[in-house]
Design a protein around this ligand. Structure first.
Ligand code: HEC
Length: 127
């Protein structure tokens, strides 16, 4: 192998190794953050506080509304995330592994937990 060729091969290998690993943490070894999953996937439509985000299509649900949210079972919330609400809310299908789905649904649930009227807004995505 000529020297220039070897350099090219080495550079190519380096580029391959440099591709950042970008995987959703699913194992018990890494904590799943409901706040982070929500901020990354849901807040653009539902808003960090559940009351609606910048890209909310007409009819977007207020996830902080205790009256509405108390009618939804946890099962229904998980199914909504999996299947979406055609045509306006996208289906997240296989994107969340079961543990992430549970944590995310629990996070959504607490957005409508009733708080004293004077309580400050919940802190934005935790990190
Ligand atoms: C592109 C905008 C968009 C995104 C992104 C989005 N939603 Fe929605 N969501 C909507 C709209 C619109 C509705 C109301 C749909 C309807 O009632 O037909 C809705 C409804 C809901 C409901 C109420 C479901 C019900 O049964 O009435 C829940 C819960 C919900 N979304 C959770 C989430 C979660 C969790 C995420 C992130 C994983 C998310 N949404 C991402 C637009 C969005």
């Amino acid at each position: 192998m000529t020297a220039p060729l070897r350099t090219i091969v080495l550079l190519g290998l380096g580029a391959l190794l440099a591709i950042p690993a970008c995987k959703e943490p699913t194992g018990p070894e890494r904590e799943i953050s409901g706040a982070r999953l929500y901020a990354q996937n849901c807040a653009r439509c539902h808003g960090l506080d559940g009351k609606g985000g910048a890209e909310a299509p007409p009819g977007t649900r207020d996830l902080s509304d205790p009256g509405y949210m108390s009618m939804l079972t946890d099962e229904r919330i998980r199914n909504t995330i999996r299947m979406g609400k055609p045509p306006t809310m996208p289906a997240f299908g296989r994107q969340f592994a079961e543990p992430s789905l549970k944590v995310l649904a629990a996070y959504v649930r607490q957005l409508s937990a009733t708080k004293p009227a004077s309580a400050p807004a919940p802190a934005a995505a935790g990190e």
